[in-house]
Design a protein around this ligand. Structure first.
Ligand SMILES: Cc1cc2nc3c(=O)[nH]c(=O)nc-3n(C[C@H](O)[C@H](O)[C@H](O)COP(=O)(O)OP(=O)(O)OC[C@H]3O[C@@H](n4cnc5c(N)ncnc54)[C@H](O)[C@@H]3O)c2cc1C
Length: 414
């Protein structure tokens, strides 16, 4: 009898697992609780703006090899757009200073020797201290490993790690920060090239995966929320979806690719991260001014990154729990005032939308990181995936895709 692998959750972890298994000719059924795929990385038609937007700006880096392999497999690599070389422009709203970091392509960081390419007012030795993060530091926070003050910290390390870890870096896991630096700054400029799904996450990462699955005979069932697992000894023998139950054949397997709080309620005794951090995005329906960089880092403001899309400007604020109770109009106006100051666009508020993702990522502290389980479970045919499983990376698309591919490889082997 042919084996079936059931994937629970059609976020990027679940889709990556499903694509991997389907391309190897395995029978796959994806069960997604909601009516849409994509999870925390989704596009939707926004009525307030009158256009399709992503729930939040998502940045990939060219060194995200699993994510790049995934889009290559789907044939949508060309939809990830970025500059030919790694460069990041910044503006400091406190004093109007502007600069652009230009990383050289190779592994040796020549850019830190060149005052025109590194952060203004910094010295070579300031960068060498960063090497301390490279060797991990289990159980420690970034603030215990490097000094969290000074221009290199304020103008490079803090914005980079705040975006990557989605937590104030001073209290963020030094181990996860080390992984980010190893895979970006220390891997050379080629790995740091920023990439954006300019036409949207949906048409780059999600819909093509659904099309790939359909072409390969995989089924995707929406509105199919897993309620419970039924186990016999060390094997899962049935999946309970409330209105229906799916009995598993002895060689069938399950990849559970749902958020940690959902997994913890379904898998007995599973330890998962329990704390989260929010991300807030403010979207404005307006043409970016000519010459506006695709991504601009902003310091000393609520706005952290300004993304320029055709007909839209979108702002990201990470670790944004402090903004969850601010009225939406206040937030839209406050952020727009900053955007107008940076871009020179009129101060009059354009059509806007505020998207607050309360549990955008698990809190990347050493304590929460230590609660991340591996892909294997106490049940021989049940595997875990998701950006929150123990991938060694913070909760990112790369982490989600790697976790899905790993769980798929294990499920295929049993
Ligand atoms: C606003 C925002 C900005 C971000 N920015 C970036 C960025 O710039 N770069 C980056 O790399 N990452 C970014 N991320 C993180 C990235 O979006 C996530 O790491 C990734 O999407 C997680 O995918 P996942 O599959 O692990 O989980 P999810 O996307 O959460 O998918 C889980 C899926 O499981 C479904 N589900 C839940 N319970 C059940 C159930 N019982 N039965 C069936 N299905 C169920 C859910 O509906 C969902 O579709 C951002 C996240 C947010 C929210």
């Amino acid at each position: 009898m042919p084996r079936t692998i059931h994937i629970i959750g059609a976020g990027l972890a679940g889709l990556a697992a499903a694509v991997e298994l389907a391309r190897h000719g395995m029978a796959v059924v994806v069960h997604e609780a909601t009516k849409v795929a994509g999870g925390r990385a989704r596009s939707y038609h926004d009525a307030a703006l009158g256009m399709v937007i992503d729930n939040g700006n998502h940045l990939l880096l060219a060194g995200n090899h699993a994510a790049l392999g995934y889009v290559r497999r789907l044939g949508t690599e060309h939809r990830l757009i970025g500059p030919p070389a790694a460069q990041f422009s910044f503006i400091d709203l406190a004093n109007g200073d502007q600069w652009t970091l230009r990383f050289n392509d190779g592994r040796l960081p020549w850019w830190i020797f060149d005052p025109d390419k590194r952060v203004p007012d910094t010295h070579l030795v300031d960068y060498l201290a960063l090497a301390r993060l490279l060797w991990g530091a289990p159980g420690k926070v970034v603030g215990e490993v490097i000094r969290f003050s000074g221009p290199v910290y304020e103008r490079l390390v803090r914005p980079l790690l705040l975006a990557a870890l989605n937590i104030d870096p001073a209290i963020g896991s030094a181990k996860l920060a080390g992984a980010v630096i190893r895979e970006t700054l220390a891997a050379g400029g080629r790995a740091c090239r920023p990439l954006i799904a300019r036409e949207g996450l949906g048409s780059t990462l999600i819909e093509p995966a659904l099309a790939f699955l359909a072409e390969h005979g995989a089924a995707v069932r929406f509105g199919d929320q897993l309620r419970a697992l039924r186990a016999a000894g060390t094997t899962i023998e049935a999946l309970d979806f409330g209105s229906n139950t799916v009995a598993l054949a002895p060689a069938d397997a399950v990849v559970l690719a749902i958020p940690p709080y959902a997994a913890a309620s379904i898998v007995p005794g599973l330890e998962t991260p329990t704390e989260f951090r929010a991300i807030v995005n403010a979207h404005y329906r307006i043409d970016p001014p000519p010459g506006q960089p695709p991504i601009l880092g902003v310091l000393n403001a609520t706005t952290e990154w300004i993304f320029a899309f055709p007909g839209r400007i979108a702002v990201t604020v990470s670790a944004a729990d402090r903004l969850l109770d601010t009225p939406r109009e206040t937030l839209a106006q406050q952020i727009w005032t900053e955007v107008a100051a940076v871009t020179g666009l009129p101060r009059e508020l354009p059509r806007w939308q505020i998207v607050r993702e309360r549990r955008a990522t698990f809190a990347a502290t050493p304590e929460q990181d230590a609660r991340r389980p591996g892909a294997r479970t106490a049940w021989s045919n049940l595997f875990l995936a998701g950006d929150w499983t123990n991938t060694g990376l913070p909760a990112t698309i790369e982490s989600a895709i790697r976790s899905g591919q790993r769980a798929a490889a294990l499920a295929a082997q049993i």
